[in-house]
Design a binder for this molecule. Sequence first.
Ligand code: F6P
Length: 527
Amino acid sequence: MWDDLKQSTARVKDRRMLDLFEDDTRADTFSAQTGDLRFDYSKTQIDGAIRDQLLALAEAAGVAGKRDAMFSGAAINDTEGRSVLHTALRNLDGDQVIVDGQDVMPEVLGTLARMEAYANAVRGGDITDVVNIGIGGSDLGPAMAVAALSPYHSGPRCHFVSNVDGAHIADTLQALDAKRTLVIVASKTFTTIETMTNARTARAWMADHGGDPTMHFAALSSNLEKTAAFGIPAERVFGFEDWVGGRYSMWGPIGLALMIAIGPDAFRAFLRGGQAMDQHFRTAQGAENMPLMLALVGIWHAQVQGHATRAVLPYDQRLGLLPSYLQQLEMESNGKSVTMNGGAADVPTGPVVWGAPGTNGQHAFYQLIHQGTRVIPCEFMVAANGHEPDLAHHHTLLLANCLAQSEALMRGRSLEEARAKVSAKFDGAELERQAAHRVFPGNRPSTTLIYPKLDPFTLGQIIALYEHRVFVEGVIFDINSFDQWGVELGKELATALQPILEGDATAGDKDGSTQALVDYISRHRDG
Ligand code: F6P
């Protein structure tokens, strides 16, 4: 299968992507649509034959069966012996989901109702600021969504503290009134050193500034023993099960800050968007299936064509945190090199994901995307409408730029066109030299995800779309997308280094570089 695809790469290597549009149905044929969300991958080299090969790859990997196993609660995260059921958190109609012989939905919906009651109480009370303390999946999801949905905010201001760098919590708390601040400690395990250090600092700050940590702390966790030991009363603890992975957790209690910001109804609309994408993923056939095609287009570019990175380029300032969110979702999930049976992966797995909102990125790194030696497949996303009717002309410009970039990547600029641009100013050898700098190779692939407006429902659709893309990729790579052993070693070594840096242990067994850095720190550290 991979060989067939490699051969197709050779077949289309010199083809002009633009020429593919001689088929005037191409834009529709190579787009997938669900509701008003449209995913256009026509500005790629994928043709009907390649798409069939990609779909065959998915079929051979057993994507559909494994998808059904995930939704049904099978323990597909088999290095941790867990089901993978973040989809149950948005299963608002409460259809049964059985784990270990028990329907989990009554508890899921019960917790949702408790969150809603609490969010309403906070929104109706005298809290002016909410500080969510968490990291990774306990931070990026709600932080990204709170920023994305700011036009829907109707509650207290939300702040997010993640980094153990004291600067983060110090800068956040310094402007807040401890008596009117709610601190949410978000940690699935309730052991993460950064989060627990920040939580203790926030608790001391609140007590020192006349606040009441017993009343103004809430916890979101699956470790109820630890939340109790920290002193957070059970009525303000919102639990979830270990079948919700950290980077997939914003649909449940980890989404509390978002729910407080936008209100329970809008939060439910966000869940409904995710649920709609689940339904689509489970039922849409072949090329009509958007998550499947998003994954396969990514595989065509990364695993088949060998492009090691991809850029996510939301033309939406409020999606500024989406690239970081997707970095965790995609790179923590699929940055693996061992297959399910413990062997070595036989294809390069998850690509490097990076990006920034347009148009800002255009004035920073797009130079490399257009004229650099590496091909960076670009994933544009944009809404047809903004939220600022008085500034509709801004939005027109934003749209024009988004469309222009994907067109420019595909079209490029030939040497003749470049010559024509500068022929009035230069001639002879200097004309050739100047023109060469103005050539754009073109034929650079991109996709565009487009939607009417970034509302809670649409955001839910988009996040679930990316989750399922990661799932499909993981199945095709034959890896476990739901563990994250690669983060453990650094954590262990940091724990061992802490007493060394505090002078309570020696760096004797450390390598020369680490020893020298420890020495440098001890010479330069104040106090
Ligand atoms: O970095 C590893 C990780 O376990 C992530 O997977 C997770 O999202 C993050 O740490 C935070 O974990 P927790 O919610 O348990 O504090």
